[in-house]
Design a binder for this molecule. Sequence first.
Ligand SMILES: O=C[C@H](O)[C@H](O)[C@H](O)COP(=O)(O)O
Length: 234
Amino acid sequence: MDAKALKIEAARAALGYVEDGMRLGIGTGSTAEEFVRLLAVRVEKGLKVIGVSTSERTEALCRELGVPMSTLDETPELDLTIDGADEIDPELSLIKGGGGALLREKIVAFASARMIVIADKSKVVKHLGAFALPIEVNRFGLKATMEEIRRESESLGLSGPLVLRIKDGHPFVTDGGHLIVDASFGRIPDTRALSRALHDVPGVVEHGLFIGLADLAIVAGSNGIETLHPVDAS
Ligand SMILES: O=C[C@H](O)[C@H](O)[C@H](O)COP(=O)(O)O
């Protein structure tokens, strides 16, 4: 099975957790998009849900396919969020933001009673960090912010290139109007310490470490679907 087929399988399995009447957070990325497509078919057949999207891209797809949508302001408490991830560790801590949607994704996940992550098996890792960590930063003072990120991460023994994300020859701009710095730290031994350190930097809007947010991961591999629960590492 190719990667797309695996994403569809994970998305299909996640649909089994969606109940009539649910207020749903809807993620961003290629896996979340497969979920939206399957959800739309169920909606057409009569399933009643209301969605809150995590990006303009997802919003547009949901509207195009007829999934009823609300905003987080109108619907501030959600029953379930279903979203993809770039990396998933045994605690179900995640790296997200490969598509630049991490800020809205984190806000929506926090507003949800449950979060289910859907992915193909390649996203499952022992330790987070092989995927460069996306950090959303304010445009103002970019160089100073990057310097401060460097200092904070070095104080935790982390180093590696910090690269401003570029798309089509221009800095990538998030739905919130911010920039993304991708930090290639390599293995991140203490994700909580790094999360705190990054939040200490004034120009950092948010980062792509999702810690303690995912309740379940549905992972599709060549041997079928695996359902992963967080393994307590404390
Ligand atoms: O900003 C994007 C999101 O965090 C995505 O959920 C993540 O990058 C995974 O995307 P994909 O399902 O395309 O691998």
